[in-house]
Each structure stands twice: as C-alpha cells, then as structure tokens.
Write a protein that binds this ligand. Structure first.
Ligand code: TTP
Length: 196
C-alpha cells in the first residue's frame, strides 16, 4: 500500500506543484522559527541552509506522526554572498529588488523527506540561475502597489508580477516557484513513492 504523504508546508505554490504530479497528500504545518534557525546556521553554505530549513520543517511535522512520508521545503534567494529571505515590509522589498535589479542571482530550494515510521531522512537541494532586467523607478513604484511580494523569498514571484523582471532562467523553473519537481520526484522514489 502507498504510504500516506504529508506536505509540511503552508505555501499554496508548493501544494499546487505537488498536486500537479498527481499525488494525493495532506498538508500539516508545524511552527519553525526560520529567522532564528538562519541566525543559528551562520556557518552553513546557502545550499546547506536551504536543506537545514527544509529539514527543520519536515522534522517538526514528522515528530507528531507514527507513519507517513513527510515533505518539507525551503526556498532562498542568493545574491553574491547575501541571502535574501522574505521581506519585512515594502521598504525591505524595495531594497531587495534594487539589489537584484540588472543582476543574476541564484534561487536555491532545499527539500527534505522523512519516513515518519522508520525515521529515515534525506535532503536534496536544487539551484537555478535567474537574470533580472534593470528595474526602472516607475516599475518599482507600481510593483510595490500591485504585486504580492511579502510572502516571497527575494520579494518576487516568477509566476506572478515578478515575471516582468525575469529576463531568463537557467535550470529548473519549479525550483524558483518553491519546489524543484524533478529532484523532489527522484527523492520521493527513494522512499518508494510511486508517481508513474
Ligand atoms: C523566488 C520565489 C519565491 N516564491 C515563494 C516560494 C515560497 O513559498 C516562498 C519562500 O518561503 P519559504 O520559507 O521557503 O516557504 P513558505 O514560508 O512560503 O512556506 P513553508 O515554510 O510553510 O513551506 O517564496 C515564489 O512563490 N516565487 C518565486 O519566484
């Protein structure tokens, strides 16, 4: 029998992406203080951090379960040495977008899967390069009024108004949206989840 799958994420994007694979699953979320965890993990590389945060989210949910396959994920935007998470407010968002303007950055998502019964746990990450156009002052002002950016790493969503700034990407598109489907599917197969 196929194990029950639990998505440990409040992100509507991750829910939609996973549902697109035809999997049936339930959503369960447990609180993780991502900001504190990021501060605690200052020696990690960005890829390690994304994986660590995804693991904390999956572990927080798996801790309350005796069976099931739990999936946690985390997405960060990395510009040079700087990690950009979600903005605190419009000012913060504007600052992030000014930094990203005209440059290429990385989007890294970590994904962790845990078998709640055996406690087997595995993490992967995926990395996508994203090229931004130069954002004009007029575009910036309109964007901050119209776009939904507060719950998005880097203050943009490539699948929404952020598309107007994204000239090109190299790598997995779904990774930028929040769940790298190819690598997530490979990982789920390690846990004997049948997709096809
Ligand atoms: C860069 C980018 C991010 N995002 C979103 C994906 C994630 O939802 C969010 C990054 O925040 P996360 O902390 O990874 O996820 P979350 O808080 O939304 O959900 P949860 O922790 O419960 O899993 O940014 C987009 O939707 N589009 C984009 O282009």
């Amino acid at each position: 029998m196929q194990s029950r799958i639990i998505l440990a994420s409040q992100s509507p994007r991750r829910k939609e992406l996973l549902a697109g694979l035809g999997l049936s699953f339930i959503v369960k979320v447990s609180a993780v203080d991502e900001d504190q965890a990021t501060r605690d993990a200052s020696t990690l590389t960005p890829a390690e951090l994304a994986q660590r945060l995804s693991a904390l989210k999956a572990e927080a949910v798996a801790a309350h379960l005796s069976e099931g396959i739990v999936i946690g994920a985390d997405t960060i935007v990395v510009l040079g040495e700087e990690i950009l998470g979600k903005p605190m407010d419009a000012n913060d968002a504007e600052g992030m977008l000014r930094k990203l303007s005209g440059k290429t950055h990385l989007v890294i998502s970590g994904v962790t899967v845990i078998d709640a019964q055996t406690k087997e746990q595995k993490s992967i990450y995926e990395l996508t390069e994203v090229d931004f156009k130069e954002i004009t002052d007029e575009e910036m002002a309109a964007y901050l009024v119209k776009a939904n950016y507060l719950d998005k790493a880097g203050s943009y969503a490539v699948q929404e108004h952020g598309a107007l700034f994204v000239k090109g990407i190299r790598g997995c598109f779904f990774n930028v949206v929040g769940l790298p489907l190819f690598k997530t599917a490979e990982l789920l197969q390690v846990f004997d989840v049948k997709i096809l």
